[in-house]
Design a protein around this ligand. Structure first.
Ligand SMILES: [Zn+2]
Length: 354
């Protein structure tokens, strides 16, 4: 039996067409929802109290070779439930028609999904453009990823570490699936007991990457004694770099000696550097005096008595452990200083120009 085609049958179910306009390559259809109630997404209470209206624009299937944009005159409702934390909510539509916050109707999203599955990102995007469904390759991949079922394979390799809600105040733990590079869960604190309980509930875990502290290790050993524990790469690098810096810091004097000193111009030093330089000169003077006494055959004990310096200091100087050099902080300007000096001397005193 033939039936007259009603224009509201062109848009997804649940909407009635208010108006439709045709441009050169697109059609804009303004619709209004059929239902006159809203259901609060937080508490499920039905509301009839409309707070305000707004326009929501979504893409739909193409029509007669033209891309279709649907403008929905949507509503915000008030939630009257006493204990609901939400006072105002935007109306939701049937899941088969339009998902919350979606930019495409569900039926268009289905086509985009199938295109993405069949052709992949870029080829599907080019094909979609010819079908008057303008979507980017990123969107196609996103739709495929969103609609693919969550991985159900069992958890085997996890990493656990702490993270800060607020540094130095409150910490929690994060567990990641290292095979899928995804966060598995966030634990509310970094207590060993919490981690142990979580590990115990996931007996399929075989490898646990963790920091080098004892807490998580103990929890894992108690809950999953069969699992292999490994130090994760970040903590290994962190520990190695800390050990390296410690070693360098301890040998700084020798390192500076090898690098050698640059010529010091006292007139060019900053106020801070000048104070340090004066201290350096005093130390050098002391060293020279003690060394001279030592060379003349005087014993350490006697030098201490004569000069009044500590035994430790005299011993250091005699053993050559207190020789240092003075270095200023290198600045990016240093290379240009001779040239600048020359310009200044020849009369160019314009700072901006220099
Ligand atoms: Zn509510």
């Amino acid at each position: 039996m033939q039936q007259a085609l009603h224009r509201s049958s062109l848009v997804p179910a649940g909407f009635v067409v208010e108006s439709a306009f045709c441009n050169a390559d697109s059609i804009v259809i303004t619709v209004r929802p059929l239902q006159n109630i809203g259901v609060c997404p937080s508490c499920g209470t039905v509301s009839r109290r409309v707070h305000s209206h707004y326009r929501r624009r979504v893409r739909d299937l193409p029509l007669s070779g033209r891309a279709v944009e649907i403008v929905i005159i949507a509503r915000r409702f008030r939630c009257d439930a006493v204990l609901c934390g939400r006072q105002i909510f935007t109306e939701r539509f049937p899941k088969g028609a339009l998902a919350p916050s979606a930019r495409r109707t569900s039926r268009l999203d289905g086509i985009v999904h199938h295109l993405g599955l069949a052709l992949g990102g870029r080829p599907a995007a080019i094909f979609a453009k010819r079908l008057m469904l303008p979507v980017s390759n990123d969107t196609l991949l996103r739709v495929v990823r969103r609609r693919s079922p969550p991985p159900s394979d069992r958890l085997k390799v996890v990493g656990i570490d702490d993270w800060a809600w607020r540094r130095n105040h409150r910490y929690a733990s994060i567990v990641c699936n290292l095979e899928r590079r995804r966060i598995v869960t966030l634990l509310p604190d970094r207590e060993a007991a919490t981690a142990q309980a979580w590990f115990a509930a996931h007996p399929t875990i075989e490898i646990i990457a963790r920091d080098r502290g004892g807490g998580y290790g103990e929890a894992a050993a108690k809950a999953l004694p069969h699992a292999v524990q490994v130090a994760d790469r970040w903590h290994l690098m962190e520990n190695a770099s800390r050990a390296f810096l410690d070693a360098v810091r301890k040998s700084m004097r020798q390192v500076r000696n090898v690098i050698g000193s640059t010529r010091i111009e006292p007139a060019l030093l900053t106020a801070d550097e000048r104070i340090q330089y004066e201290g350096y000169l005093r130390r050098e003077e002391t060293n020279a005096a003690i060394l001279e006494l030592s060379k003349s055959g005087m014993a350490i004990k006697q030098i201490v008595r004569q000069t009044g310096y500590s035994r430790k200091l005299v011993r250091q100087v005699v053993r050559g452990e207190r020789n240092d050099i003075f270095r200023t902080r290198q600045s990016s300007l240093d290379g240009h200083l001779p040239w600048l000096d020359e310009q200044w001397a020849s009369g160019c005193c314009n700072g901006a120009q220099l």
